[in-house]
Write a protein that binds this ligand. Sequence first.
Ligand code: HEC
Ligand code: HEC
Length: 382
Amino acid sequence: MSMGTRPRAAGPPRWFEASPRRRGATAPALLFWVLGIAVFVLPFFRQPFSAEWVNSDDPRSAKNWKAEDQPYNELDVPFKEDLAYYDKDLASELGGKSLAEFVNTASEEYFGVKSSYLRDSGVIEVGRLASGRKTYEAECAGCHGIDGANTVPGDGGGPAARFMHPRPRNFRKGKFKFTSTATGERPMRKDLYRTVTNGLAGSSMPSFKLLTDERRKDVVEYVRYIAMRGEFEEMLLSITIDDGSLPDAKEYADLVSERWDERKLSSVFPSTPETQNDAASIARGKALYMDTSRANCVSCHGETGVGDGPSAKAFKDEWGYPIVPRDFTGGVYRSGGENAQLWTVIATGIGGTPMAAFAGSLSSDEIWDVVHYVRSLERKEN
Ligand code: HEC
Ligand code: HEC
Protein backbone atom coordinates (compact mmCIF):
# COMPACT_ATOMS: atom_id res chain seq x y z
CA MET A 1 0.00 0.00 0.00
CA SER A 2 1.24 3.44 -0.65
CA MET A 3 0.72 6.18 1.88
CA GLY A 4 1.60 9.03 -0.43
CA THR A 5 1.81 12.42 1.21
CA ARG A 6 0.08 15.33 -0.37
CA PRO A 7 1.54 18.84 -0.26
CA ARG A 8 0.49 20.95 2.72
CA ALA A 9 -0.26 24.65 2.65
CA ALA A 10 2.19 26.87 4.54
CA GLY A 11 0.59 29.87 6.22
CA PRO A 12 2.22 33.29 6.37
CA PRO A 13 4.68 33.72 9.26
CA ARG A 14 2.64 35.18 12.10
CA TRP A 15 5.50 36.26 14.33
CA PHE A 16 6.51 38.96 11.88
CA GLU A 17 4.20 41.74 12.86
CA ALA A 18 4.93 45.44 12.56
CA SER A 19 5.11 47.22 15.88
CA PRO A 20 5.55 50.95 16.55
CA ARG A 21 9.12 51.74 17.48
CA ARG A 22 11.04 54.83 18.59
CA ARG A 23 13.08 56.39 15.78
CA GLY A 24 16.52 56.08 17.46
CA ALA A 25 16.06 52.34 18.00
CA THR A 26 15.99 51.45 14.31
CA ALA A 27 19.72 50.95 13.70
CA PRO A 28 20.42 48.65 16.68
CA ALA A 29 17.23 46.72 15.88
CA LEU A 30 18.32 46.27 12.27
CA LEU A 31 21.75 45.06 13.38
CA PHE A 32 20.09 42.63 15.76
CA TRP A 33 17.96 41.12 13.00
CA VAL A 34 20.77 40.92 10.45
CA LEU A 35 23.11 39.18 12.89
CA GLY A 36 20.32 37.01 14.21
CA ILE A 37 19.40 35.87 10.73
CA ALA A 38 23.03 35.29 9.79
CA VAL A 39 23.70 33.13 12.83
CA PHE A 40 20.49 31.12 13.13
CA VAL A 41 18.82 31.01 9.76
CA LEU A 42 21.55 30.89 7.11
CA PRO A 43 22.92 27.47 8.11
CA PHE A 44 19.53 25.98 7.18
CA PHE A 45 19.65 27.50 3.71
CA ARG A 46 23.12 26.22 3.06
CA GLN A 47 21.99 22.63 3.75
CA PRO A 48 18.19 22.61 3.96
CA PHE A 49 17.02 20.55 6.95
CA SER A 50 19.91 18.12 6.80
CA ALA A 51 22.14 17.29 9.68
CA GLU A 52 25.61 17.75 8.19
CA TRP A 53 27.38 17.73 11.51
CA VAL A 54 30.28 15.47 10.59
CA ASN A 55 32.92 15.56 7.88
CA SER A 56 31.98 14.15 4.50
CA ASP A 57 34.23 11.05 4.54
CA ASP A 58 32.41 9.86 7.59
CA PRO A 59 29.80 7.14 6.91
CA ARG A 60 27.46 8.96 9.27
CA SER A 61 27.46 12.02 7.05
CA ALA A 62 24.07 13.20 5.82
CA LYS A 63 25.56 13.02 2.31
CA ASN A 64 25.14 9.27 2.51
CA TRP A 65 21.40 9.60 3.05
CA LYS A 66 19.60 9.17 -0.22
CA ALA A 67 17.58 11.85 -1.92
CA GLU A 68 14.40 9.87 -1.40
CA ASP A 69 14.96 9.91 2.37
CA GLN A 70 11.99 11.54 3.94
CA PRO A 71 12.39 15.31 4.17
CA TYR A 72 12.35 16.56 7.72
CA ASN A 73 9.28 18.68 7.26
CA GLU A 74 7.03 15.77 6.38
CA LEU A 75 5.05 13.81 8.90
CA ASP A 76 5.60 10.07 8.89
CA VAL A 77 1.90 9.40 9.40
CA PRO A 78 -0.41 12.17 8.21
CA PHE A 79 -3.38 10.27 9.61
CA LYS A 80 -6.18 12.71 8.84
CA GLU A 81 -5.08 13.10 5.24
CA ASP A 82 -4.67 9.37 4.74
CA LEU A 83 -8.09 8.71 6.24
CA ALA A 84 -9.75 11.28 3.96
CA TYR A 85 -7.83 9.94 0.97
CA TYR A 86 -8.69 6.26 1.52
CA ASP A 87 -12.24 7.14 2.47
CA LYS A 88 -12.72 8.29 -1.13
CA ASP A 89 -10.41 5.75 -2.69
CA LEU A 90 -12.09 2.71 -1.12
CA ALA A 91 -15.68 3.98 -1.24
CA SER A 92 -16.83 1.63 -4.00
CA GLU A 93 -14.95 -1.37 -2.59
CA LEU A 94 -16.66 -0.84 0.78
CA GLY A 95 -20.07 -0.77 -0.85
CA GLY A 96 -20.81 2.84 0.00
CA LYS A 97 -19.83 2.53 3.68
CA SER A 98 -17.60 5.35 4.86
CA LEU A 99 -14.19 4.31 6.17
CA ALA A 100 -13.71 7.63 7.95
CA GLU A 101 -17.03 7.32 9.71
CA PHE A 102 -16.27 3.73 10.70
CA VAL A 103 -12.87 4.63 12.19
CA ASN A 104 -14.15 7.72 14.00
CA THR A 105 -17.18 5.94 15.45
CA ALA A 106 -15.15 2.93 16.59
CA SER A 107 -12.48 5.19 18.09
CA GLU A 108 -15.12 7.06 20.11
CA GLU A 109 -16.92 3.88 21.15
CA TYR A 110 -13.86 2.03 22.43
CA PHE A 111 -11.39 4.79 23.30
CA GLY A 112 -13.42 7.96 23.75
CA VAL A 113 -13.00 9.56 27.20
CA LYS A 114 -16.58 8.58 28.04
CA SER A 115 -16.30 5.06 26.65
CA SER A 116 -17.60 2.43 29.05
CA TYR A 117 -15.42 -0.13 27.28
CA LEU A 118 -12.34 1.92 28.18
CA ARG A 119 -13.46 2.48 31.78
CA ASP A 120 -14.31 -1.18 32.34
CA SER A 121 -11.05 -2.37 30.80
CA GLY A 122 -9.12 -0.72 33.67
CA VAL A 123 -6.17 -0.14 31.35
CA ILE A 124 -6.33 3.66 31.67
CA GLU A 125 -6.88 5.71 34.82
CA VAL A 126 -9.60 7.76 33.20
CA GLY A 127 -9.70 10.21 36.12
CA ARG A 128 -6.28 11.55 35.21
CA LEU A 129 -7.07 12.35 31.59
CA ALA A 130 -8.56 15.84 31.91
CA SER A 131 -5.60 17.16 33.85
CA GLY A 132 -3.14 15.18 31.70
CA ARG A 133 -4.58 16.68 28.57
CA LYS A 134 -4.12 20.22 29.92
CA THR A 135 -0.47 19.55 30.68
CA TYR A 136 0.02 17.87 27.31
CA GLU A 137 -1.44 20.83 25.46
CA ALA A 138 0.65 23.31 27.41
CA GLU A 139 3.96 21.43 27.52
CA CYS A 140 4.14 18.70 24.90
CA ALA A 141 1.84 19.44 21.95
CA GLY A 142 4.21 21.90 20.25
CA CYS A 143 6.52 18.97 19.58
CA HIS A 144 4.42 15.80 19.89
CA GLY A 145 1.42 16.99 17.90
CA ILE A 146 -1.65 19.15 18.22
CA ASP A 147 -5.28 18.74 17.32
CA GLY A 148 -5.07 20.63 14.03
CA ALA A 149 -6.34 20.66 10.46
CA ASN A 150 -3.97 17.89 9.40
CA THR A 151 -2.45 16.75 12.67
CA VAL A 152 -3.67 14.84 15.71
CA PRO A 153 -2.32 14.80 19.27
CA GLY A 154 0.55 12.35 19.58
CA ASP A 155 1.48 12.07 15.90
CA GLY A 156 4.81 13.81 16.47
CA GLY A 157 3.90 16.56 14.03
CA GLY A 158 3.77 19.59 16.33
CA PRO A 159 4.67 22.95 14.78
CA ALA A 160 8.17 22.85 16.27
CA ALA A 161 8.92 19.31 15.10
CA ARG A 162 10.24 19.94 11.62
CA PHE A 163 13.59 21.28 12.75
CA MET A 164 14.36 18.45 15.14
CA HIS A 165 16.63 15.48 14.75
CA PRO A 166 15.62 12.99 16.01
CA ARG A 167 11.98 13.89 15.54
CA PRO A 168 9.64 14.04 18.52
CA ARG A 169 8.11 10.62 19.04
CA ASN A 170 4.98 9.72 17.14
CA PHE A 171 3.11 7.93 19.95
CA ARG A 172 0.60 6.32 17.60
CA LYS A 173 2.78 3.51 16.28
CA GLY A 174 3.10 1.55 19.49
CA LYS A 175 6.88 1.88 19.38
CA PHE A 176 8.91 3.33 22.23
CA LYS A 177 12.63 3.33 22.68
CA PHE A 178 13.40 3.35 26.35
CA THR A 179 11.37 0.63 27.95
CA SER A 180 12.15 -1.90 30.66
CA THR A 181 9.70 -4.39 29.18
CA ALA A 182 10.62 -7.21 26.82
CA THR A 183 11.58 -6.32 23.23
CA GLY A 184 8.65 -4.99 21.22
CA GLU A 185 6.32 -4.69 24.23
CA ARG A 186 4.60 -1.46 25.22
CA PRO A 187 6.27 0.66 27.91
CA MET A 188 5.30 0.60 31.58
CA ARG A 189 4.06 3.79 33.25
CA LYS A 190 7.35 4.09 35.10
CA ASP A 191 9.33 4.00 31.82
CA LEU A 192 7.34 6.94 30.43
CA TYR A 193 7.50 8.68 33.80
CA ARG A 194 11.30 8.39 33.79
CA THR A 195 11.48 9.85 30.25
CA VAL A 196 9.20 12.75 31.19
CA THR A 197 11.12 13.40 34.40
CA ASN A 198 14.65 13.23 33.03
CA GLY A 199 14.12 14.05 29.36
CA LEU A 200 16.26 12.28 26.76
CA ALA A 201 19.82 13.61 26.88
CA GLY A 202 21.23 14.42 23.46
CA SER A 203 17.78 14.99 21.90
CA SER A 204 15.38 17.91 22.15
CA MET A 205 13.12 16.03 24.58
CA PRO A 206 13.39 18.22 27.71
CA SER A 207 13.19 17.25 31.38
CA PHE A 208 9.93 18.05 33.17
CA LYS A 209 11.25 17.83 36.72
CA LEU A 210 9.57 21.15 37.44
CA LEU A 211 6.08 19.69 37.04
CA THR A 212 4.68 18.20 40.23
CA ASP A 213 4.74 14.45 40.61
CA GLU A 214 0.95 14.26 40.13
CA ARG A 215 1.02 16.33 36.95
CA ARG A 216 3.75 14.13 35.51
CA LYS A 217 1.63 11.06 36.31
CA ASP A 218 -1.40 12.70 34.70
CA VAL A 219 0.47 13.54 31.50
CA VAL A 220 1.95 10.04 31.33
CA GLU A 221 -1.59 8.66 31.55
CA TYR A 222 -2.69 11.00 28.78
CA VAL A 223 0.25 9.90 26.60
CA ARG A 224 -0.71 6.24 27.17
CA TYR A 225 -4.27 7.15 26.26
CA ILE A 226 -3.51 8.96 22.98
CA ALA A 227 -0.95 6.29 22.11
CA MET A 228 -3.50 3.49 22.55
CA ARG A 229 -6.23 5.33 20.75
CA GLY A 230 -3.83 6.22 17.94
CA GLU A 231 -2.58 2.67 17.61
CA PHE A 232 -6.18 1.49 17.32
CA GLU A 233 -7.07 4.06 14.64
CA GLU A 234 -3.93 3.39 12.59
CA MET A 235 -4.63 -0.33 12.83
CA LEU A 236 -8.23 -0.01 11.57
CA LEU A 237 -7.02 2.13 8.69
CA SER A 238 -4.21 -0.12 7.54
CA ILE A 239 -6.23 -3.33 7.94
CA THR A 240 -9.04 -1.89 5.84
CA ILE A 241 -6.53 -0.85 3.17
CA ASP A 242 -5.01 -4.34 3.15
CA ASP A 243 -8.27 -6.33 3.24
CA GLY A 244 -10.54 -4.03 1.25
CA SER A 245 -13.29 -4.58 3.83
CA LEU A 246 -14.14 -3.16 7.26
CA PRO A 247 -12.73 -5.24 10.15
CA ASP A 248 -14.38 -6.22 13.45
CA ALA A 249 -13.45 -3.17 15.51
CA LYS A 250 -13.94 -4.88 18.89
CA GLU A 251 -11.38 -7.54 18.07
CA TYR A 252 -8.72 -4.87 17.50
CA ALA A 253 -9.82 -2.80 20.50
CA ASP A 254 -9.23 -5.90 22.64
CA LEU A 255 -5.84 -6.46 21.05
CA VAL A 256 -4.67 -2.89 21.68
CA SER A 257 -6.02 -2.77 25.28
CA GLU A 258 -4.30 -6.03 26.02
CA ARG A 259 -0.98 -4.70 24.75
CA TRP A 260 -1.19 -1.65 27.00
CA ASP A 261 -2.51 -3.45 30.06
CA GLU A 262 0.16 -2.92 32.69
CA ARG A 263 -1.10 -5.92 34.66
CA LYS A 264 0.19 -8.05 31.79
CA LEU A 265 3.51 -6.25 31.40
CA SER A 266 6.51 -6.46 33.65
CA SER A 267 9.92 -4.88 33.98
CA VAL A 268 12.11 -7.82 33.26
CA PHE A 269 15.46 -6.09 33.23
CA PRO A 270 18.23 -6.09 34.34
CA SER A 271 17.84 -9.75 35.21
CA THR A 272 20.96 -10.14 37.40
CA PRO A 273 22.83 -7.68 39.67
CA GLU A 274 25.79 -5.74 38.31
CA THR A 275 29.11 -7.55 38.28
CA GLN A 276 32.45 -6.07 39.38
CA ASN A 277 33.46 -3.18 37.09
CA ASP A 278 37.20 -3.83 36.82
CA ALA A 279 39.91 -4.14 34.16
CA ALA A 280 39.11 -7.83 33.61
CA SER A 281 35.43 -7.13 32.97
CA ILE A 282 36.30 -4.27 30.59
CA ALA A 283 38.67 -6.56 28.68
CA ARG A 284 36.00 -9.27 28.36
CA GLY A 285 33.54 -6.59 27.24
CA LYS A 286 35.98 -5.33 24.62
CA ALA A 287 36.49 -8.82 23.21
CA LEU A 288 32.72 -9.24 22.83
CA TYR A 289 32.29 -5.76 21.36
CA MET A 290 34.92 -6.50 18.69
CA ASP A 291 33.86 -10.11 18.06
CA THR A 292 32.25 -10.06 14.62
CA SER A 293 30.70 -13.49 15.14
CA ARG A 294 29.02 -12.57 18.44
CA ALA A 295 28.07 -9.11 19.75
CA ASN A 296 29.67 -7.30 16.83
CA CYS A 297 28.94 -3.87 18.26
CA VAL A 298 31.96 -2.68 16.29
CA SER A 299 30.09 -3.06 12.98
CA CYS A 300 27.87 -0.13 13.89
CA HIS A 301 29.48 1.73 16.78
CA GLY A 302 33.00 1.54 15.31
CA GLU A 303 36.47 0.64 16.59
CA THR A 304 36.69 3.68 18.82
CA GLY A 305 33.01 3.87 19.71
CA VAL A 306 32.22 7.08 17.85
CA GLY A 307 29.47 5.43 15.80
CA ASP A 308 31.33 5.13 12.48
CA GLY A 309 31.31 1.35 12.00
CA PRO A 310 31.14 -0.08 8.47
CA SER A 311 27.41 -0.84 8.66
CA ALA A 312 26.55 2.57 10.10
CA LYS A 313 25.63 4.01 6.72
CA ALA A 314 22.21 5.29 5.86
CA PHE A 315 20.20 3.66 8.61
CA LYS A 316 16.61 4.74 8.97
CA ASP A 317 14.39 4.31 11.98
CA GLU A 318 10.91 2.85 11.71
CA TRP A 319 9.37 6.30 11.74
CA GLY A 320 11.21 6.84 8.44
CA TYR A 321 13.96 9.21 9.55
CA PRO A 322 17.73 8.86 9.22
CA ILE A 323 19.47 7.64 12.38
CA VAL A 324 23.10 7.08 13.42
CA PRO A 325 24.58 4.71 16.01
CA ARG A 326 25.38 6.39 19.31
CA ASP A 327 28.81 7.96 19.81
CA PHE A 328 29.95 6.56 23.16
CA THR A 329 32.87 8.94 23.64
CA GLY A 330 30.56 11.79 24.63
CA GLY A 331 29.11 9.81 27.52
CA VAL A 332 25.58 11.06 26.76
CA TYR A 333 22.88 8.38 26.87
CA ARG A 334 19.20 8.90 26.22
CA SER A 335 18.11 6.00 28.38
CA GLY A 336 19.44 7.90 31.40
CA GLY A 337 23.03 6.72 31.51
CA GLU A 338 23.06 4.57 34.63
CA ASN A 339 24.70 1.20 34.08
CA ALA A 340 21.39 -0.59 34.73
CA GLN A 341 19.71 1.41 32.00
CA LEU A 342 22.51 0.69 29.53
CA TRP A 343 22.20 -3.00 30.41
CA THR A 344 18.49 -2.80 29.56
CA VAL A 345 19.13 -0.99 26.27
CA ILE A 346 21.68 -3.61 25.19
CA ALA A 347 19.50 -6.53 26.30
CA THR A 348 16.22 -5.31 24.80
CA GLY A 349 17.43 -3.07 21.98
CA ILE A 350 16.00 0.34 21.14
CA GLY A 351 12.51 -0.06 19.69
CA GLY A 352 12.06 1.22 16.16
CA THR A 353 15.79 1.53 15.46
CA PRO A 354 18.57 -0.76 14.12
CA MET A 355 19.91 -1.09 17.69
CA ALA A 356 19.16 -4.77 18.20
CA ALA A 357 18.35 -6.78 21.33
CA PHE A 358 21.22 -8.92 22.65
CA ALA A 359 19.45 -10.76 25.47
CA GLY A 360 19.32 -13.88 23.28
CA SER A 361 22.97 -13.90 22.21
CA LEU A 362 24.80 -12.63 25.30
CA SER A 363 24.47 -13.85 28.90
CA SER A 364 23.50 -11.37 31.57
CA ASP A 365 27.06 -11.17 32.90
CA GLU A 366 28.42 -10.71 29.38
CA ILE A 367 26.07 -7.76 28.96
CA TRP A 368 27.49 -6.23 32.15
CA ASP A 369 31.00 -6.68 30.69
CA VAL A 370 29.96 -4.88 27.51
CA VAL A 371 28.39 -2.06 29.57
CA HIS A 372 31.68 -1.64 31.44
CA TYR A 373 33.60 -1.54 28.17
CA VAL A 374 31.23 1.02 26.60
CA ARG A 375 31.58 3.24 29.67
CA SER A 376 35.37 3.01 29.45
CA LEU A 377 35.20 4.65 26.00
CA GLU A 378 33.91 7.95 27.41
CA ARG A 379 36.41 10.72 26.92
CA LYS A 380 38.00 11.21 30.28
CA GLU A 381 38.19 15.00 30.12
CA ASN A 382 34.36 15.09 30.22
C1 HEC B 1 11.07 20.47 22.39
C2 HEC B 1 10.37 19.33 21.89
C3 HEC B 1 9.73 18.36 22.88
C4 HEC B 1 8.85 18.64 23.90
C5 HEC B 1 8.33 20.01 24.35
C6 HEC B 1 8.47 17.37 24.46
N1 HEC B 1 9.13 16.35 23.80
FE1 HEC B 1 8.94 14.38 24.19
N2 HEC B 1 10.31 13.94 22.75
C7 HEC B 1 10.94 14.88 21.95
C8 HEC B 1 11.85 14.20 21.06
C9 HEC B 1 12.73 14.86 20.03
C10 HEC B 1 11.75 12.82 21.34
C11 HEC B 1 12.50 11.66 20.64
C12 HEC B 1 13.87 11.39 21.17
C13 HEC B 1 14.49 10.14 20.55
O1 HEC B 1 14.00 9.61 19.57
O2 HEC B 1 15.48 9.66 21.09
C14 HEC B 1 10.76 12.69 22.40
C15 HEC B 1 10.36 11.48 22.94
C16 HEC B 1 9.38 11.34 23.90
C17 HEC B 1 8.89 10.07 24.41
C18 HEC B 1 9.31 8.70 23.90
C19 HEC B 1 10.30 7.97 24.78
C20 HEC B 1 10.59 6.58 24.22
O3 HEC B 1 10.88 5.70 25.02
O4 HEC B 1 10.54 6.36 23.01
C21 HEC B 1 7.91 10.36 25.33
C22 HEC B 1 7.09 9.36 26.13
C23 HEC B 1 7.81 11.80 25.42
N3 HEC B 1 8.71 12.37 24.54
C24 HEC B 1 6.90 12.46 26.22
C25 HEC B 1 6.79 13.85 26.29
C26 HEC B 1 5.85 14.53 27.17
C27 HEC B 1 4.84 13.84 28.06
C28 HEC B 1 6.06 15.87 26.98
C29 HEC B 1 5.37 17.03 27.71
C30 HEC B 1 5.29 16.95 29.16
C31 HEC B 1 7.11 16.02 25.98
N4 HEC B 1 7.52 14.77 25.59
C32 HEC B 1 7.57 17.23 25.50
C33 HEC B 1 10.73 16.23 21.96
C34 HEC B 1 9.91 16.92 22.84
C1 HEC C 1 22.98 -2.67 13.53
C2 HEC C 1 23.69 -1.60 14.15
C3 HEC C 1 23.95 -1.67 15.65
C4 HEC C 1 24.58 -2.69 16.35
C5 HEC C 1 25.13 -4.00 15.83
C6 HEC C 1 24.66 -2.22 17.71
N1 HEC C 1 24.09 -0.98 17.83
FE1 HEC C 1 23.93 0.11 19.53
N2 HEC C 1 22.92 1.55 18.54
C7 HEC C 1 22.65 1.55 17.21
C8 HEC C 1 21.88 2.74 16.86
C9 HEC C 1 21.38 3.13 15.50
C10 HEC C 1 21.72 3.47 18.07
C11 HEC C 1 20.99 4.80 18.25
C12 HEC C 1 19.54 4.62 18.57
C13 HEC C 1 18.84 5.94 18.84
O1 HEC C 1 19.41 7.01 18.60
O2 HEC C 1 17.70 5.90 19.28
C14 HEC C 1 22.39 2.70 19.10
C15 HEC C 1 22.44 3.07 20.43
C16 HEC C 1 23.17 2.42 21.40
C17 HEC C 1 23.32 2.86 22.77
C18 HEC C 1 22.76 4.16 23.34
C19 HEC C 1 21.72 3.98 24.43
C20 HEC C 1 21.27 5.29 25.02
O3 HEC C 1 20.73 5.24 26.14
O4 HEC C 1 21.44 6.35 24.42
C21 HEC C 1 24.13 1.95 23.41
C22 HEC C 1 24.60 1.98 24.85
C23 HEC C 1 24.44 0.91 22.45
N3 HEC C 1 23.84 1.22 21.23
C24 HEC C 1 25.24 -0.19 22.71
C25 HEC C 1 25.50 -1.21 21.81
C26 HEC C 1 26.26 -2.38 22.12
C27 HEC C 1 26.98 -2.62 23.44
C28 HEC C 1 26.24 -3.18 21.02
C29 HEC C 1 26.81 -4.57 20.87
C30 HEC C 1 26.44 -5.52 21.91
C31 HEC C 1 25.47 -2.48 20.00
N4 HEC C 1 25.04 -1.30 20.52
C32 HEC C 1 25.25 -2.95 18.72
C33 HEC C 1 23.01 0.59 16.29
C34 HEC C 1 23.65 -0.60 16.60
